[in-house]
Write a protein that binds this ligand. Structure first.
Ligand SMILES: C[S@@+](CC[C@H](N)C(=O)[O-])C[C@H]1O[C@@H](n2cnc3c(N)ncnc32)[C@H](O)[C@@H]1O
Length: 638
């Protein structure tokens, strides 16, 4: 039995200490560099300095300074927050002024979203992705103790990221708030516990009449500071009409109401109201509320407004590492704060990106009767991409030379795909039935040249079917390569290696599925480009999305398929970079469906080029599951 030398009052759960009674070390992988996937709302023209040297798959260097004027861009990061925070620590230790988190709880609602479909706002419930299920399992496989371990490791990292004047709010409910309170006392120090805020949403949970008990109708926000010198802007609330009626009973004759305080007149119109207490009466978000974006666990902006306003100032850095639909980020954006958001779910990132793009049409936070009416400041979408995979590769096939690691990696991937290794070919790795198989590297996209070389080997072997497995793909590869394959008489399948491969348990269960790469067609000034190229006869360019195909829908549920009426129903969002410069994708034009407006324009432009010359047009299409497909077209402007 483990003997633990406990000197302070603390919470202990089974995995907190190792068998020698030592605090189990907190895994701190990395730091890994972040890949910049996309730049949003940053104008290309005049985009100088920081972004100028970016290349595709470039990394975030963290050199942009800490004000918008110095070039700071807000950040939306797709990935597990443990890896993300461990990597952020390199540049941002002690730099975040406010962190709010609303971590998932085992209610089944944590990863549940309603996905609206097509033009008519039909809805389906999004099924969990295997990665989301994994997070759920990691968190709950040993019940409460694994939940506490998950949160403990992350709170330690957040504490390190927090600035000396910083504040931390953890949103929880009655099930775990007391455990987490003790845990946070240990990490933050009991003296830094500031308040337990009771949020009263006035929405008693279901089965109200049946429960032989008091009805649950509150959640808690544990508020801690990093030190005793923390930012706090005291907030006041207007008096209630009943209070005004009962207390401000005097009238000067000119309509101004007043009361006597310590023998002096206190006018109602000069009073700040009541200082806000630690019980917050803020209504829950109704299902039909305008700000709802389909997230079961979405919190109201009015709740976050209070947190952000009280515990940060304009220009401060605010973070939410379980950002879900992006409520904290939307509020921080509207209140002029800098922000970082992170979520494990690709769909959550997609929803948040749309929410921020759409922010100008949402309610203002200061005056809720007004529309915000401003665009979001430039932000970047980042992930750890290949670095997460490299970490997996080193861990899975460790302690051997590079050649050996590569050999084992190929054998492992082929086994997963149900293929046999094949030797003697430079560009073919295996065979599955009559098809030859090529496996893309962990740390670089499959290139057109690699596919061409594999096709050559395939032909010389007298085979007619080739499967290419890849984590990522050179831009524009799909269309360019399919027409060559058709000409060569080769049946070519491009299959995505899913992130689930990184999870031992999923692999062990045999749940890994390789989806085929989706593809789409566009017309440029009415013409279908050939081999990704077209010449145009004027300086104006109009793009029309002409088709979108998910090649094999057998992995998609019947419920979804039944509701799809036309190809465009698969598409949720598409964006165009008219002047792509082999750098990060920059969404110059975008159209997407929102909850209120289900129509999406299938025509982009006209875009006018000022100068003649060769240009690249980068088109990104995101389907209803939040998965993106991209192509690059080359044009020559006269
Ligand atoms: C309760 S929801 C947050 C809802 C959010 N407050 C809102 O207003 O939309 C919790 C979120 O945490 C995310 N999540 C769970 N585990 C995570 C992890 N390890 N890293 C990053 N995000 C995670 C889930 O994908 C989910 O979107």
């Amino acid at each position: 039995m483990t003997r633990v030398d406990v000197r302070n009052t603390e919470l202990i759960w089974p995995t907190k200490y190792d068998e020698n009674g030592k605090l189990a070390p907190i895994e701190r992988p990395g730091p890994y560099p972040f890949q910049i996937v996309e730049l949003i709302n940053a104008p290309r023209i005049g985009r100088k300095g920081k972004h100028e040297q970016l290349t595709l798959y470039d990394i975030w260097k963290g050199e942009e300074g800490s004000t918008f004027e110095e070039g700071w861009s807000n950040k939306l990061i797709w990935g597990d927050n443990k890896l993300v925070m461990a990597s952020l620590l390199e540049k941002l230790t002690g730099k975040i002024n406010l962190i709010y988190i609303d971590p998932p709880f085992a209610t089944g609602a944590d990863f549940k979203f309603q996905i609206p479909l097509g033009d008519e706002n039909e809805e389906i419930t999004k099924e969990h992705s295997i990665l989301e299920e994994k997070a759920y399992r990691d968190t709950w496989h040993q019940g409460l103790s694994s939940y506490l371990q998950m949160l403990y490791e992350r709170l330690v990292l957040m504490h390190q990221l927090l600035a000396e004047n910083g504040s931390m709010y953890v949103h929880l409910d009655w099930r775990v708030v007391h455990h987490v309170r003790i845990m946070m006392d240990e990490i933050f120090g009991t003296d830094n516990f500031q308040r337990e805020i009771i949020w009263w949403p006035n929405n008693p949970s279901g089965f109200k009449g049946i429960a032989q008990n008091w009805i649950h109708d509150h959640e808690s926000l544990l508020f801690y500071s990093k030190s005793n010198n923390y930012t706090f802007n005291k907030l006041w609330q207007e008096y209630s009409p009943a209070y005004v009626k009962a207390t401000f009973v005097h009238d000067d004759g000119d309509g101004r109401l007043y009361r006597y305080r310590y023998d002096r007149k206190q006018y109602l119109d000069e009073s700040k109201g009541v200082p806000i207490s630690d019980v917050w009466d803020i209504p829950f978000l109704r299902q039909n509320a305008d700000e709802r974006v389909g997230f079961e666990t979405q919190k109201p902006e009015s709740l976050l407004k209070r947190v952000v306003k009280a515990s940060s100032n304009e220009g401060d850095l605010v973070a939410d590492f379980f950002c879900g639909s992006g409520t904290t980020l939307a509020v921080a954006e509207k209140m002029g704060r800098r922000w970082i958001g992170c979520d494990l779910s690709r769909y959550a990132i997609h929803v948040t990106r749309k929410r921020l793009l759409e922010i100008e049409n949402s309610q203002d936070v200061e005056d809720e009767s007004e529309i915000y009416n401003r665009k979001a400041r430039p932000f970047e979408v980042l992930n750890l991409g290949k670095y997460e995979r490299q970490l997996w590769q080193t861990r899975t096939f460790s302690n051997k030379d590079e050649k050996q690691i590569l050999y084992e990696y190929l054998a492992f991937m082929l086994r997963l795909y149900g293929a046999e290794p094949l030797s003697g070919f430079a560009n073919i790795h295996g065979k599955k039935g009559n098809a030859l198989v090529f496996v893309g590297a962990v740390d670089s996209p499959v290139t057109i040249q690699e596919v061409l070389d594999a096709m050559k080997d395939c032909k010389s072997f007298g085979q007619r079917e080739l499967h290419i497995l890849g984590w990522e793909w050179e831009m524009g590869l799909n269309d360019a390569i399919q027409s060559i394959a058709d000409r060569e008489g080769i049946k070519l399948k491009l299959r995505i290696i899913p992130n689930e491969v990184l999870d031992k348990e999923i692999v062990h269960r045999g749940d890994v599925r390789f989806f085929e790469l989706a593809h789409f067609k566009v017309k440029i000034n009415g013409e279908m480009p050939r081999n990704g190229r077209t010449d145009i006869s004027e300086k104006n360019v109009v793009l029309k999305l002409a088709d979108f195909v998910i090649p094999h829908t057998d992995l998609i549920s019947e419920d979804v398929k039944k509701k799809i009426e036309k190809w465009s129903d698969w598409v949720d969002y598409w964006a165009v970079d008219f002047s792509f410069d082999n750098d990060t994708f920059h969404n110059g034009w975008v159209s997407y469906r929102t909850k209120k407006n289900r129509t999406m324009s299938l025509t982009a432009g006209p875009f006018t080029y000022e100068r003649s010359g060769k240009y690249k047009i980068f088109v990104k299409v995101i389907d209803i599951f939040g998965i993106d497909t991209s192509q690059i077209f080359e044009i020559e402007v006269p």
